[in-house]
Design a protein. Structure first.
Length: 123
């Protein structure tokens, strides 16, 4: 989590400096900020629903069941949990590309994966 806050601080400082020194960006940023505030107020003010209406709306999620997304790639060779690992500084780009040597489709078994997903009740 510390890494997240460090990156957030770096990116927010860069963004602030860019907007502060660019009058056009400052204008657009203020317009977007205003629209976000108005939108949030409008949603709270005009979109009121009863408990029954919310339950009816949320029934869709219960009926849709579980969704599964399989994200499989080079980054998984060294056990890294995301494909943006080199961009986020978890691994160098050079080391990220070295993983290409170890990435094979030897455990690629889509039929088994589909069966497991079906057993889970997602389909």
């Amino acid at each position: 989590m510390d890494q997240f806050f460090k990156e957030f601080k770096i990116h927010s400082n860069l963004f602030y400096t860019f907007v502060k020194n660019n009058p056009i960006m400052k204008k657009y940023f203020n317009i977007i900020l205003f629209l976000l505030v108005v939108n949030g107020y409008a949603q709270q003010t005009f979109f009121k629903e009863s408990i029954e209406q919310k339950q009816e709306r949320m029934q869709w999620f219960k009926d849709a069941k579980l969704g599964i997304f399989i994200h499989w790639g080079v980054y998984a060779v060294n056990g890294i949990d995301e494909s943006w690992s080199f961009y986020n500084g978890y691994i160098s780009h050079k080391d990220y590309l070295k993983q290409l040597e170890g990435f094979t489709a030897s455990n690629y078994q889509p039929q088994k994966w589909a069966e497991l997903i079906k057993e889970s009740g997602a389909i």
